[in-house]
Design a protein around this ligand. Structure first.
Ligand SMILES: *Cc1c(COP(=O)(O)O)cnc(C)c1O
Length: 359
């Protein structure tokens, strides 16, 4: 959070203008500043990352019942956004090396009903964007990236949000950069921006004109102000997170029972997460380690376990190939806490608990 006094000072004008929402001054300013920070042509701000994804998908007007090839190794929002658009997710397995969608398994899942690929830059680790684009071009499919984890990251010197036909970001309180709740769709052209404006504001075009059917998913001015202030500090926050990351690595690198994802494609990491995999060389299971950390007051997360495809609401639907790698990763994955105010001494203690447990 930004300094309290700074926030209070920044929201004062709202008591004069009473302009609390409806794409006001701060909303417009944040759209500009964030597009520049993310190095993308234009963004449309939304009330949260989930609605950004739901509306981004909706903006393509895919026929009902169409199929979207996606990953089950993600937050449940990714799959919900597809299903709530009355489209069918087709789950593709992921790669052991980095947890992103296995691009070599996408083509075999394509049918006449396939309209898009929806991969996730999981933990801020990049998908194989070139190969995914090649497949999409070959079969005339859209590519929509869930980039909720990849805030501020660049690939080949370009903002990661430039890849595919659309990308979405989340600015939820738990993310590396927050607007309390919030999200954005990267718009590659202004037509998309206008479409998203309709979708997030009831399709209202004028006082007496509703031109299309739309939801309400606008970001309010309080959140936009929070976002403007947090943007001033996000580089510092990421730099501090890097220190935490390095402290963890000093304690855990070289442990045979712990595997790490290959992040080598990411030149500028945001250190949003610290994922580790507890592999077969460990004396105890991932769950046991999770419990031991919790007993000492540390809240790690089994993120993502279970796979979204295996959740009660989707179980045994939509699965067309095996998801062996994803299931294995889901059993091994553990996210250790990482945030800018985390004490290095706590990191050392967690590393200690872990190395003792794995043996
Ligand atoms: C957080 C997250 C979302 C949803 O964003 P919200 O802002 O929480 O609605 C979607 N996808 C992934 C991968 C996420 O981590």
């Amino acid at each position: 959070m930004p300094p309290y006094e700074e926030f209070i000072e920044a929201i004062k004008p709202l008591w004069d203008t009473h302009m609390l929402t409806n794409m006001g001054t701060y909303h417009r300013q944040l759209e500009k500043e964030l597009a520049a920070f993310l190095d993308v042509p234009e963004i449309s701000l939304t009330v949260n990352g989930h609605m950004a994804l739901e509306l981004a998908i909706q903006s393509f007007d895919f026929p009902e019942g169409s199929e979207i090839i996606t990953t089950p190794f993600t937050f449940i929002s990714t799959t919900h956004a597809i299903v709530r658009n009355k489209l069918n997710p087709v789950f593709c397995d992921v790669k052991k090396s980095d947890g992103t969608i296995d691009e070599t398994k996408i083509e075999e899942l394509i049918t006449e009903k396939t309209v898009a690929i929806l991969p996730v830059h999981v933990y801020g680790n990049f998908c194989n964007v070139e190969e995914i684009q090649r497949i999409a071009d070959k079969y005339n499919l859209k590519v929509i990236y869930d980039a909720a984890h990849a805030f501020g990251e660049t690939y080949n010197g370009k903002g990661i949000g430039n890849y595919g036909d659309a990308s979405i970001f989340s600015f939820h309180a738990t993310k590396v950069y927050n607007t309390i709740e919030g999200g954005a769709v990267v718009c590659k052209n202004h037509e998309k921006y206008e479409r998203l404006k309709d979708l997030k504001n009831f399709g209202i075009r004028g006082e007496e004109l509703v031109a299309s059917v739309g939801a309400n998913a606008k970001m309010n001015e309080f959140c936009a102000i929070m976002g403007l202030l947090n943007l001033k500090y996000v580089d510092d926050v990421i730099a501090t997170r890097k220190e935490k990351f390095e402290e963890y690595m000093a304690g855990l690198a070289g442990q045979k029972a712990i595997s790490f994802f290959d992040f080598s494609k990411v030149s500028q990491r945001n250190y949003a997460y610290f994922p580790i995999l507890i592999n077969k060389h460990s004396k105890v299971s991932r769950d046991e380690i999770y419990d031991r950390l919790r007993d000492e007051g540390y809240h790690a997360r089994k993120y993502f376990y279970p796979l979204t495809s295996d959740q009660a609401c989707f179980k045994n639907k939509y699965i067309k190939n095996d998801l062996d790698v994803a299931r294995k990763l889901a059993k091994q994955i553990l996210l250790l806490p990482i945030y800018d105010t985390l004490e290095l001494s706590d990191i050392d203690k967690m590393s200690d608990i872990l190395t003792k447990a794995i043996g």
